[in-house]
Design a protein around this ligand. Sequence first.
Ligand SMILES: [Fe+2]
Length: 248
Amino acid sequence: MATLVDIHTHILPAVDDGAANTEIALQMANAFVAAGTSALFATPHGYSPVYHVHTDVIRTETKRFNQALKVAQIPLTVRPGMEIRYHADVITHLLASDALCLGAVADDKIRYALIELPTREWPKSLPDTIYKLNLRNITSIIAHPERNLAAQKNDRIVDAALTEGALLQVTAASVMGNFGTACERTAHRLLAAGKVHFVASDAHDSTLRTPGLRSALDHIRTAWKLTAAADRCIAMAEHIWDETTHDN
Ligand SMILES: [Fe+2]
């Protein structure tokens, strides 16, 4: 299997509820490499009720962690990003670069914003926000819609986001059933309907949301027999990696 790109991880040490320190982050890095990933975006929480990691911290810590990977001779490359909690000023913050797009690319390029929704509600203003961001060359990637309680019961709200140009990221642990049946069923339904663009680990540590995508992709292929959906997710993540290639 070719190398896998992970667009949603909490690998940066000691910035949010991800890796608690550099030692754990390096353990996660080794687990990523062992599971076939050599490239990933570090996406600490931004604007969440509990965590807001400043963009400068994300940039600095990404550089520092890439150095640590080099010293430890772990063949993994990390680019900066942010998991942006949906909020009233999300457009303003993205346009002012107070919220980081994947790869922290310049604002004259097509950019990708990883957006996290509340757990229960699906914001009514979401389609309009997606549309407005698209007008400014920012594509919204909705993080783990299968974990949203409203989306588990209502495909139409998800379809409305897709119609406005959003992309969807399902979490590997949901595919594997680690978040319960409702998440697993919703992940399956969305993948089977061809509505999913990425599978990502959302890795925080080495227990629940673990590093690596290979087992989830294998499960999608063999148990769910959705080979084309798995291949599409791999290709889309590679595509975004290529599009965000620049000197950080
Ligand atoms: Fe996350």
